[in-house]
Write a protein that binds this ligand. Sequence first.
Ligand code: NAP
Ligand code: MG
Length: 446
Amino acid sequence: MIDPATEKVIAEVELADEAAADAAIERARAAAPGWAAVAPGDRARLLRRFAEQVDADLDELARLEVANAGHTIGNARWEAGNVRDVLHYAAGIPERLLGSQIPVSGGVNITFNEPLGVVGVIVPWNFPMPIAAWGFGPALAAGNTVVVKPAEATPLTALRLAELAARAGLPDGVFQVVLGAGAVVGQRFVTHPAVRKVVFTGSTVVGKQIMAGCAAQVKRVTLELGGKSANIVFADADLERAAATAPYGVFDNAGQDCCARSRILVQREVFDRFLELLEPAVRGVRVGDPNDEATEMGPLISAAHRERVMGFVEPSTVAYTGACPSGPGFWYPPTVVLPNGASDRVLTEEVFGPVVAVLPFEDEADAVRIANATDYGLSGSIWTSDVGRALRVSRAVEAGNLSVNSHSSVRYWTPFGGFKQSGLGRELGPDAASAFTETKNVFIAT
Ligand code: NAP
Ligand code: MG
């Protein structure tokens, strides 16, 4: 494992081969009936203990993520705290997994929420902790056993979570972490018949392969994929605040965020003014040592990823950039580009780095048209002082998670997921567990 801020090797891990993945899946299969039979209150208690272990270990988990993923310490603490909160929320599920009694004649009709069995969770490198928890929290709560495959680049916090689960007393085989290549371990989750559902977060390209692979067994999937989200700034907005917060909306986690508002759409009459206001905000982003509490943006995940990001910027017109340290470390400065026409790759493809394209629009209809001119539909922001417009545009933008006069995307108690090629299904929120159960209908003749 490489620390992206120093390029130093910080750990070595052993990768599972297909046989090791199979062995983990078999253990999960063997543990499934026992876990499903645990009394709801006891399952809840174990999840609460798991949450408490995470809380007690919060700083350690955060430091590990800083070292392994280059996240700023502030973000990493939030991420570990999110795992704790997702687990506490999940602990409220077991006793509330209600079925129904539906009136029929000649008998009684009952529905049950049956667990699926083994759930495989495939996690990307950009938010290793929360994204894993959004899958395993509700899956465990609903009575499934779970195998997690972290990204090869960032396995350390997942390993730590497995230790904490064991310490909390989760029975053997209920929660396992399997390190390995996507094409080996991840693929095995797709092809192994004992895995009844795959939760995949990652690129749209791989997501499509996962979905096609799962089709062979009509295996359930949840897909959380890429994004090309719009931050729409109307002329009637609080421009100062819109400009001051726009960097946070796209450069958080160095832009390696599926919800990054990587296109800023600004109404024509305030376009120049907005670009002026944005400049000091971009130049002011504090990029550097992720262990420093004051740092707002860390490095990119790898040298290869930085090359990819540079590939987007080179053909573009750069308006201005912020500062960043010189090496070692995979640094890249916050960068504002002016796209060369509607087909510029910087407007159509996910950069997944600290690069934002700013472009003008004419009126409300034009803003919605441009916002929707993408295969993605994950998130977005709308800045306006007109509440009617805020609601109209929120309804018209094809995206799963929108915020008005804000850039917030994720709360563990509200649903999260994408429209169009940003994904399939929803995570988090009050219905999270229903993605991990099958409804069974039973009629009893009386
Ligand atoms: P990725 O290349 O698609 O990989 C994601 C995960 O899938 C990794 O664990 C990877 O393992 C594994 N994988 C790769 N190929 C596989 C295959 N053929 N079969 C099974 N598993 C396979 O994505 P990434 O580059 O790590 O992550 C960035 C992407 O994630 C971005 O597109 C971003 O938008 C998306 N993302 C979406 C959300 C959301 O909620 N919508 C959230 C965060 C990130 P290895 O890397 O170990 O090979
Ligand atoms: Mg990849």
